[in-house]
Design a protein around this ligand. Structure first.
Ligand SMILES: [Zn+2]
Length: 268
């Protein structure tokens, strides 16, 4: 097996492991951000009268108090996304370091690499023209609005607090796809960025290859990763880029493509 074959196999395995990690990160984020469900249940209990319902006259005040729920959503979302980005960056950096040591006997200097990755991922502008904190704000606003709409209708109908708490849970469950999309996008971006920035520190490797990983998606051929993986920009081969080409860090939302270091021919 050539050194390049070894690298290909290692990075394919790491990508599969990172995919499993991302699934856990999604669950973690939904659970963490979901702590607001408990806060809302407490709030509703405070507003309820002896008959277990909330008077219409208290509706406006309760809806205004959802402001604090939105603040919690942003706070939990920011904390959880930061942890996830850091975790994916850490894992990618460590795996590249181990692989380079094992296959190439090169010791990578990884000082401050993690912070560089976090800075890049959290401040980059996506195709939507937003940075991460904007996306957390807008997701929090959408979830809060959906909950407000539900509570307004339940209070007008005179539903019990127990029913309202169950309905809030349903509303939250219907919105978790947005949290999933945020986590999958950011976690994979951190992972690819960390892979590229690690390779950039190498004296042995100048190139990386992007491998598209979404062939089960029905419109995969329309995805940017599919196009990048087939582009021969530098005459070095298809999918081969410089590790500083940031368009391979985040080809599109929900992208699970991954990065493989490519050896110079004299090292093969
Ligand atoms: Zn993709």
């Amino acid at each position: 097996m050539s050194k390049q074959d070894e690298l290909d196999a290692i990075f394919k395995r790491i990508a599969a492991e990172h995919g499993k990690l991302t699934a856990k990160q999604v669950e973690f984020a939904i659970r963490e951000i979901g702590r607001i469900r408990g806060e809302i249940a407490d709030m509703l209990a405070d507003y309820a009268g002896a008959d277990g319902t909330i008077k219409r006259s208290r509706l406006m005040r309760l809806l205004r108090e959802l402001e604090t729920v939105e603040q919690s959503l942003r706070q939990y979302g920011t904390g959880v996304l930061h942890d996830i980005i850091e975790e994916s960056a850490d894992i990618a950096i460590e795996q590249v370091r181990i692989a380079f040591h094992r296959v190439l006997s090169e010791s990578l200097n990884t000082v401050s690499l993690n912070q560089n990755v976090i800075d890049y991922v959290t401040t980059r502008f996506g195709d939507d023209g937003l940075v991460l904190s904007d996306r957390i704000w807008s997701t929090s606003g959408v979830i809060r609005d959906a909950i407000a709409t539900q509570l307004r209708s339940d209070i007008i109908k005179g539903e019990s607090v127990g029913t309202m708490v169950r309905n809030v849970r349903k509303v939250y469950d219907n919105q978790t796809w947005m949290i999933k999309r945020l986590v999958v996008t950011e976690s994979n971006t951190a992972y690819r960025t960390a892979s590229c920035m690690s390779v950039e520190r190498s004296d042995v490797i100048d190139w990386v290859r992007i491998v598209d990983n979404g062939s089960r998606h029905p419109r995969h051929k329309e995805h940017m990763c599919y196009k990048l993986a087939r582009e021969d920009r530098y005459g070095e081969g298809r999918g081969i880029f410089r590790p500083t080409d940031s368009e391979i860090y985040s080809p599109h939302v929900n992208c699970s493509s991954y990065i493989v270091p490519v050896l110079k021919s004299e090292y093969l």
